[in-house]
Design a protein around this ligand. Structure first.
Ligand code: ADP
Ligand code: ADP
Length: 224
């Protein structure tokens, strides 16, 4: 069974903008999957539907076997989302933030693994520093740790390296690779072919709300 399964998904926003048209795709378990497309293609809309933040117009989607309509709580528990924008209270420490989010997700105190998570993203030295003192790269890594607080099998990163310099981009790629190697299914959206090529074992190309290709990376590159 797929990590994420999407069938005939469409979205028309109020006002009439059709952001997705009959999107069908499966993300295999364990894969590093790239959703590649230009700005406005519909990538965020797709992610937001999976996250339960945007209501679809038609179609079906499931996460780790849980239909997002029939089993929304299980579906939500199976996915962690790393959003594009960095939004958190600058006066909490990374450790405090992970404890707070663990609570929000209903992870019992004894089962929280805040320090382990910080170690996973190489932020253990900053566990007790104010978030406002973290660099941009550290903040992004903290967002990754936060998305993993409830130990979901699927991690989705929305444009993880948008507006990030080349050095930091390489660093973020390394963390994402490590997480995938440890067993997390990873989906990332990007408008950089280079990024999808470098990281992903499978790439779906989305344009004007439609999937126009969906292939293993090496096959896709042969077509280019
Ligand atoms: P992205 O950075 O994913 O390309 P945009 O910068 O186009 O997204 O928009 C950011 C957010 O603003 C979107 O995720 C969406 O929620 C909202 N948005 C985008 N376009 C519109 C629109 N035409 N009307 C209302 N909200 C919009
Ligand atoms: P991407 O993430 O690939 O940049 P989006 O999913 O953000 O694309 O946007 C797809 C299309 O839907 C764009 O034309 C965008 O302007 C539009 N859109 C996004 N969010 C909204 C919204 N809340 N209301 C209306 N239109 C939106």
């Amino acid at each position: 069974e797929a990590a994420i399964s999407i069938q005939g998904l469409s979205k028309i926003y109020k006002g009439g903008k059709q952001a997705l048209t009959d999107v069908t795709l499966d993300v295999p378990r364990g894969s590093m999957f790239g959703l590649l497309g230009p700005n406005g293609a519909g990538k965020s809309t797709l992610i937001n539907i999976l996250a339960g933040m945007v209501v679809k117009t038609a179609g079906k989607a499931s996460i780790w076997g849980f239909d997002i309509d029939e089993h929304p709580r299980n579906a939500k528990a199976s996915i962690g989302i790393v959003p594009q924008e960095i939004l958190f209270d600058p006066f909490f420490t990374p450790f405090e933030m992970l404890e707070i989010y663990g609570g929000l997700y209903g992870v019992p105190k004894a089962k929280r693994q805040s320090m382990e998570l910080l170690r996973k993203v190489h932020l253990e030295d900053k566990a007790n520093a104010y978030a406002r003192t973290l660099s941009g790269g550290m903040k992004r890594r903290l967002l990754v740790a936060k998305a993993l607080v409830h130990n979901p099998p699927v991690l989705v990163l929305d444009e993880p390296t948008a507006g990030v310099d080349i050095q930091l981009r390489q660093q973020l790629w390394e963390y994402v690779r490590e997480l995938n190697a440890l067993g997390t299914t990873v989906v990332l959206t990007t408008h950089y072919l280079e990024e999808a090529e470098e990281l992903c074992d499978r790439i779906a190309i989305i344009n004007h709300g439609q999937v126009i290709a969906n292939k293993p990376t090496h096959e896709l590159l042969q077509m280019a």
